[in-house]
Design a protein. Structure first.
Length: 131
């Protein structure tokens, strides 16, 4: 367990460095990381296969893709909009969340890993049953 006076880990310091970047550079960096990330590429391929398996025509496929893209983009922009609208109220909440991640990050990563492993196992079993 981490003590209160202990220095934060390197990932927290890196997060602070990223947050100090200008917003356009930060958005560009996050977009580049999003595109080249292997897990995101896997999700892109899974989404494309789900669209193809649905047997939609071109118009329906375009509408579904646009709707999903809009919903996902709005969800990603919510934190930015919250900071722009109410910076004084939101920044203390974000700082507390960062401290919570610092103190309980190992538990959070372990829990998310177990959930992801369960989901991937379920998808694997479901894929085997299709054959």
């Amino acid at each position: 367990r981490r003590e209160e006076g202990q220095d934060p880990p390197a990932w927290i310091r890196q997060l602070d460095r990223f947050c100090a970047m200008p917003l356009p550079l930060l958005l560009g960096t996050s977009c580049a990381i999003e595109v080249i990330s292997p897990d995101d590429l896997f999700l892109f391929a899974k989404t494309a296969s789900a669209l193809l398996a649905a047997g939609l025509n071109n118009v329906q496929e375009a509408i579904c893709t646009a709707g999903f893209t809009l919903a996902a983009s709005l969800a990603l922009l919510l934190p930015f909009l919250a900071v722009l609208i109410g910076r004084e109220q939101v920044l203390p909440l974000l700082e507390r969340a960062k401290q919570l991640l610092f103190l309980r990050g190992d538990l959070l990563v372990g829990g998310l890993s177990l959930v992801l492993a369960g989901y991937m196992g379920w998808q694997g079993i479901e894929g085997l049953q299709l054959r």
